[in-house]
Design a protein around this ligand. Structure first.
Ligand SMILES: [Fe+2]
Length: 186
């Protein structure tokens, strides 16, 4: 995929901000980026979506930038699947630019992990997730989500966790287990 200029400029501006842990600055830039009405149409569709080994079509991701202190990707989330709760072990900022990304959040306590409030993110909405945040994403029927996901680290090279969709028991994150923990949307 050819990365549109606005997105390229956004990534370039995020590099020094990530190096100095300026999450607020990245949030402001991401909010401005997706508020631009022409932005969504500048991102081409991914094309054919791969089916997972267990038969889920989750969406797709396109990595725009990957470094030790910053990962930026375009993430598509397709309806029909409740994806499992997971953490990132780093700050993250999500900005939805098309469709609707449903967020379920979970709280950690001495009792373990419990469901907390959720939020439906519409185009233009931005959410900041702390280092210890746990969330799960899905999209409602007919409203596939497209979003920019920014991680303040290398999301592909970090030990993080997945949580069983029913028991919320914690497990090391693997792609295989992520697939196993998906459930059909209710
Ligand atoms: Fe996530």
């Amino acid at each position: 995929m050819e990365i549109p200029t606005e997105l390229k400029n956004f990534v370039q501006a995020c590099v020094p901000l990530a190096a100095s842990h300026e999450h607020g600055g990245v949030k402001r830039l991401l909010t401005e980026l997706i508020a631009e009405p022409s932005f969504a149409s500048s991102i081409p569709p991914f094309g054919e979506v791969e089916t997972s080994p267990r038969g889920w079509t989750l969406g797709g991701e396109f990595v725009c930038h990957k470094a030790d202190d910053l990962t930026v990707m375009i993430l598509d989330t397709l309806p029909g699947v409740e994806q499992p709760p997971h953490d990132h072990e780093m700050h993250a900022i999500i900005g939805v630019f098309e469709g609707c990304e449903d967020q379920r959040f979970f709280a950690r306590s001495s009792e373990g992990v419990t469901p907390a409030a959720g939020r439906s993110m519409e185009a233009g909405d931005v959410v900041v997730l702390g280092e210890q945040s746990i969330h799960a994403i899905s999209s409602p029927a007919g409203r596939a989500a497209r979003a920019i996901h920014v991680y303040f680290g290398d999301i592909y090279d970090v030990e993080r966790s997945l949580f069983h969709p029913d028991t919320l028991e914690q497990h090391p994150f693997t792609g295989e287990l992520y697939d196993e923990f998906c459930r059909p949307a209710s």
